[in-house]
Design a protein around this ligand. Structure first.
Ligand code: MN
Length: 289
């Protein structure tokens, strides 16, 4: 199992300097994997990133949210095509740096919609993800469908909805991606969605209710980690936290990061790495009872 950290813990920019900072600090904090915010795959330095990941012996994934111009759940075929092209480029970039998965809100725009998703919107998204899954299979890159709260998507707000979507896509390299921050808003509890997804759960974000220090909010991590142990989850477990101390302009606005919940990235990262590993050690021991 790989324990990872989202790049926004360290840097708001991902040019070569930002990437060096994120890669080195992720490694120093004890993580195995860096999740790269891939908001601009066209301006991404593939060669430098690949070299840094190799130098620091870190695995990599990428995450992103689509916008209104790349929304593959749109009813406008041109916007769907633009989104598919954009996601195809993301898969290529991640494959080129030796990464393993592209995750996040890759099935619709990451925004507050003002109406429910239509059946046509959902089908457009399912069809586009299925085509991208085939492309990902050729490139050796998995896709993680991140279930988020109602203010960031109108399509997938619960793990069970995510599971139904992934089943409709029907490709082995497309999985549900659960995030404890979003689950804490939308789910009935932190245990049953994990069990419901079972082997179709392929990616996990660990975030607090306010996206700050783990253990300082209202997320029931004990139940969540017990769920992971119950299904023998073995995929990436990635810490995600945001503060106005580290600003990525687009991402911060989209996610509503208005407050400063931490200043010291190194302390935050080391704490999260220990927190996640301690939880996993505890729940793994349940198998001996
Ligand atoms: Mn997340």
């Amino acid at each position: 199992m790989q324990i990872g950290c989202h790049g926004s813990v360290w840097s708001g920019t991902f040019d070569v300097d930002g990437m060096r900072l994120a890669v080195s600090k992720t490694k120093e904090a004890g993580f195995d994997l860096l999740e790269i915010p891939l908001m601009d795959p066209y301006g991404f330095d593939v060669a430098a990133t690949k070299q840094l990941l190799s130098e620091y012996d870190l695995a990599a994934t990428a995450s992103l949210g689509l916008n209104e111009r790349t929304d593959i759940s749109s009813e406008d075929p041109q916007i769907v095509a633009a989104g598919e092209q954009f996601l195809g480029k993301c898969l290529e970039v991640l494959s080129d740096v030796g990464g393993t998965a592209v995750v996040g809100v890759i099935y619709c725009a990451m925004k507050k919609y003002s109406a429910p998703a239509s059946a046509r919107a959902r089908q457009n998204s399912v069809d586009a993800i299925a085509r991208l899954a085939a492309r990902g299979q050729d490139l050796g890159v998995r896709l993680g469908i991140e279930v988020v709260n109602r203010y960031e998507s109108n399509l997938l707000n619960t793990g069970r909805q995510g599971l139904a979507f992934v089943r409709d896509v029907g490709h082995d390299n497309v999985s549900v991606h659960l995030d404890t921050y979003h689950m804490n808003i939308e789910e009935p509890d932190m245990f049953s969605p994990v069990l419901a997804c079972g082997e179709r759960l392929g990616y996990v974000h660990i975030g607090e209710s306010h996206r700050g220090y783990l253990g300082s909010g209202s997320v029931d991590f004990d139940s969540f980690f017990r769920g992971l142990a119950h299904i023998d989850y073995d995929g990436p477990v990635v810490f995600e936290s945001f503060s106005s101390a580290v600003v990525h302009e687009d991402l911060s606005r989209m996610l509503g990061i208005w407050r400063n919940l931490w200043n010291d990235s190194e302390d935050l990262g080391a704490h999260a790495n220990s927190f996640i590993r301690n939880q996993l050690t505890s729940v793994t021991s349940i198998g001996m009872h």
